[in-house]
Design a protein around this ligand. Structure first.
Ligand code: HEC
Ligand code: HEC
Length: 285
C-alpha cells in the first residue's frame, strides 16, 4: 500500500492529543519515559528523543543553505518543487539520518545528490527535521479535539478490508466500545497494547507479548520476551524458567512481535479512514 503523506501527521496528532495530555513533552535532550514493556523497537515518534538544540541549530543552517530553496526554509514544502518534509512518512520514520541519508547522498527524481555531505551533517539535518515534526505535533495536539467525526458504514468496509484478518467484531473486539471512551479507543488503535494510553480508562494493561527464539551453541530456546537491549535478551520459557542470554557472535535472536502487522498499517491510514474505522468500532457496544 502506498504511503500517504499528508494525513499521517493528523493521525499522529490525534494520538498526541491523548499522549501529551498525560505526559508533557520532556525537556530537550531527555528521553521520555517508555510506556511499553522492554522499550526497544517500540518507539513511535512521540516517544523518541527530543533532539539536541545545538544539533538542531546546525541542521537548520545546513538545511536553509542546501535544501531550503526546494523544500522551503521551514521544510514545509514552501519552496520550488520539494515536498513537505515535516509530513513526509520517510522523514517521520527516520532515525539519525538512516532514512533521509540515502536520499541526500543519492538524490531522487528532480532532487540532486549531495554526495559530500557527512554523516554528522546528515544527523544535524535529521535533528532539525525532528524538531520541526515535534513542534507540529505539539501544536496540533491542542487543536484536534473532536474524534467523533467518522462514517461508521465506510469504516466497516475499511475494517473488513484491512483489519478483519486479525480482528473480529464478534470476537476479540466484541463490546470494545463499551470498554473505552472514543479518545482511548482511538489511542488503542494507534498504540495497541496500551502504549501511551494506559491508566486512563484503559481497562487492561498490555496483554501482548512478543515471542523470542534464541539460538546458541546449537540449542534453541523459545518463550515470551521479557527484556531486550543491545547486550542482553531475557525470556520466560513455557516451563516458567527465566533465561538471560548475552548477545554476541553465534547467538541468534529472533523476535516475533504480534503487533508488527497492526503497527505496519498505522502510517498508511488517512485521517478520514482512521476516524471512519473508529466510528465503526464505536458501534460495537
Ligand atoms: C533542486 C531541488 C531540491 C533540493 C536542493 C533538495 N531537494 Fe529534497 N527533494 C526534492 C524533490 C523534487 C523531491 C521528491 C523526489 C521524488 O520523490 O521524486 C525531494 C525529496 C526529498 C526527500 C524524500 C521525501 C519523501 O517523503 O520521500 C528528502 C528526505 C529530501 N528531499 C531531503 C532533502 C535535503 C535534506 C536536502 C538538502 C540537503 C534536499 N532534499 C535538497 C527537491 C530538492
Ligand atoms: C496483522 C494483524 C493485525 C491487523 C491487520 C490489525 N491489528 Fe489491531 N491488533 C493486533 C494485535 C495483535 C493487537 C493486540 C491485541 C491485544 O491487545 O490482545 C491489536 C490491538 C488492537 C486494538 C486494541 C484492542 C484492545 O483491547 O486494547 C484495536 C482497537 C485494534 N487492534 C484495532 C485494529 C484496527 C481498527 C485495525 C485495522 C485498521 C487493526 N487493528 C489491524 C493485530 C492486528
Amino acid at each position: 500500500m502506498p504511503l500517504r503523506k499528508g494525513p499521517f501527521v493528523f493521525i499522529v496528532a490525534s494520538a498526541a492529543l491523548i499522549a501529551f495530555a498525560q505526559t508533557p513533552p520532556p525537556p530537550p535532550g531527555q528521553r521520555p519515559a517508555q510506556q511499553g514493556r522492554g522499550g526497544g523497537g517500540r518507539n513511535f515518534l512521540i516517544s523518541r528523543d527530543v533532539p539536541d538544540p545545538a544539533a538542531v541549530e546546525r541542521g537548520q543552517r545546513l538545511f536553509v543553505a542546501n535544501c531550503g530553496f526546494c523544500h522551503g526554509s521551514n521544510a514545509n514544502g514552501g519552496g520550488e518543487g520539494g515536498p513537505d518534509l515535516i509530513r513526509s512518512a520517510l522523514a517521520l520514520d527516520d532515525e539519525k539520518g538512516n532514512k533521509i541519508g540515502p536520499v541526500i547522498h543519492n538524490g531522487r527524481g528532480k532532487m540532486p545528490p549531495f554526495p559530500q555531505m557527512t554523516q554528522a551533517q546528515i544527523e544535524d539535518i535529521a535533528a532539525f527535521l525532528r524538531a520541526k515534526q515535534q513542534a507540529a505535533i505539539n501544536r496540533n495536539a491542542y487543536t484536534i479535539q473532536n474524534v467523533n467525526t467518522g462514517n461508521a458504514a465506510e469504516g466497516k468496509v475499511y475494517f473488513e478490508a484491512h483489519c478483519a484478518n486479525c480482528h473480529s467484531p464478534a470476537g476479540d473486539l466484541a463490546g470494545i466500545a463499551g470498554k473505552f471512551t472514543p479518545e482511548i479507543l482511538l489511542n488503542r488503535i494507534v498504540y495497541p497494547g496500551g502504549r501511551g494510553g494506559r491508566g486512563r480508562g484503559g481497562a487492561s494493561a498490555s496483554r501482548v507479548h512478543s515471542t523470542v527464539t534464541v539460538t546458541a551453541n546449537g540449542h534453541s530456546y523459545s518463550g515470551t520476551l521479557e527484556y531486550e537491549d543491545d547486550f542482553h535478551v531475557s525470556l520466560q520459557a513455557p516451563t516458567g524458567e527465566y533465561l538471560t542470554f548475552t548477545r554476541g557472535p553465534g547467538v541468534r535472536v529472533e523476535v516475533e512481535d504480534p503487533l508488527a502487522g497492526h503497527e505496519k498499517l498505522i502510517p498508511t491510514y488517512t485521517d478520514a479512514e482512521l476516524h471512519n474505522v473508529l466510528a465503526y468500532l464505536e458501534t460495537l457496544k
